[in-house]
Design a protein. Structure first.
Length: 67
């Protein structure tokens, strides 16, 4: 990985993977090859977007949780 991204450590990738959609993280382990491929693509896209440094904008349609 040092050839393409010398400043990225595995510890930098862990929160990005855990922040990916849950269905994609679970979907890479299913038996259906089409669903597994879609899940892997979504997980890869989430990792690339997370490492890109762009923070996703808040969705106005998302309800906030009152804590």
């Amino acid at each position: 990985m040092s050839r393409f991204a010398p400043d990225i450590a595995p510890a930098d990738i862990v929160p990005v993977i855990l922040g990916a959609p849950a269905w994609a993280r679970l979907g890479i382990a299913v038996r259906d090859p089409r669903l597994r491929a879609r899940a892997a693509e979504t997980l890869a896209r989430s990792i690339l977007d997370g490492l890109d440094g762009d923070v996703p904008a808040d969705d106005a349609n998302q309800l906030s949780l009152g804590l």
